[in-house]
Design a protein around this ligand. Structure first.
Ligand code: ZN
Length: 354
């Protein structure tokens, strides 16, 4: 006797009519959707949107959720953890006016803590929870931005150690070294760009068009990313002891930025292919309806990342500042038990408004 699974169900459970089975299924569908919406809203509470007027700023915006909800629904439907990928934590800026050194410190710890809390909160109402995969991208562009390979490696190792020590079982890392295990660092990047890289000309055109009112969403994002990264690279190159003119540093920063973005975009393609079911997070502000969801890395931070700054403990909790700003405030340097600098602390009678 041949039987489909559903008709077998109807035979073995005779008290349940087809109608009530249907309504159970549709109830289940509703709750899957509700849970997915709740998870997305929880993440979107911390999202980063550009200051420009075109952003919606609403944590339940339909246009924004339509990009990310399908992947979340699909995971929830199968009772599996929802995966988020976050290209971030490349390694510390080489500029010692901004950071304390080359290894993760209290700033990274705070950020991991924040992401870990996010995972824990979601687990309270969705048991499989979420997984955040930090796609550490230092190796992708270290040669362009002047980070030593050994510093990138040490940063990655320490980040993994911290995640382990802090028992953040829902957070993991993925980097170029994990993907191209057999290759040296130069070969890894050549392979990445050979397979996933796009031309410089098309990127330049996108950035140019993004500055015009007629630019589309993708072009505007390319332009915003270009402005943001140029600023970081310019600041990083203005370290004490450098001898070039401001104008030539600015010019160099612009050229490097194009290469950093080309590499980042190639990395994005690789990640999307490797983690097809994941929701894509970004540390950069993202406009309404974007395929990426811009999020903060520490609940209260403005536009600063742990690897471009230092953690400063104030009366109202921690903030991220540039190292030079913390020093100008006269904040006290605090050390880890192994003697390595950890963060700064403001005196009890000090506050941030200088
Ligand atoms: Zn929106």
């Amino acid at each position: 006797m041949q039987n489909t699974e559903s008709s077998l169900d109807l035979i073995t459970v005779p008290n349940i009519s087809a109608e009530s089975l249907y309504s159970k299924k549709s109830q289940n569908r509703d709750s899957v959707r509700e849970i997915a919406i709740k998870i997305l809203a929880e993440v979107m509470r911390f999202r980063r949107v550009p200051k420009s007027s075109e952003s919606c700023g609403d944590s339940e915006c339909q246009k924004c959720s339509s990009s990310h909800l399908p992947n979340i629904i699909s995971a929830v439907k199968n009772n599996k953890p929802v995966t988020f990928v976050l290209p971030a934590f490349p390694g510390k800026s080489p500029n010692l006016k901004k950071v304390l050194g080359t290894l993760p410190d209290r700033a990274e710890e705070l950020s991991l803590d924040f992401l870990g809390d996010l995972c824990k909160r979601i687990k309270k109402y969705y048991l499989p929870g979420i997984k955040i995969i930090i796609c550490s991208d230092g190796r992708v562009f270290s040669d362009v931005v002047g980070m030593k390979e050994s510093d990138v490696t040490a940063y990655q190792v320490e980040l993994d150690r911290l995640i382990n020590e802090m028992a953040l079982s829902d957070i993991s890392t993925f980097n170029l070294d994990d993907y191209y295990k057999e290759l040296d660092f130069v070969q890894m990047r050549d392979e990445l760009m050979g397979v996933y890289g796009k031309s410089l000309d098309s990127l330049r055109e996108n950035v140019r068009n993004g500055s015009k009112p007629s630019g589309n969403l993708e072009e505007k994002e390319a332009n915003r990313m270009y402005c943001g990264i140029t600023r970081f690279l310019f600041e990083d190159a203005m370290h004490p002891g450098q001898t070039k003119s401001r104008a030539s540093i600015q010019k160099e920063a612009r050229a490097k930025t194009y290469e950093v973005i080309r590499r980042s975009n190639a990395w994005t393609e690789l990640i999307a292919e490797y983690f097809p079911e994941a929701v894509r997070l970004s540390i950069h502000p993202q406009t309404c309806g974007s395929k990426k969801l811009g999020i903060r890395l520490i609940g209260n931070e403005s536009w600063m990342t742990p690897w471009h700054g230092v953690a400063v403990e104030t009366n109202e909790g921690f903030v991220l500042l540039k190292r030079s700003e913390a020093e100008d405030l006269g904040a006290e340097l605090i050390y880890f038990s192994d003697g390595r600098p950890s963060h700064y602390k403001l005196k009890a009678d000090q506050n941030l408004s200088m």
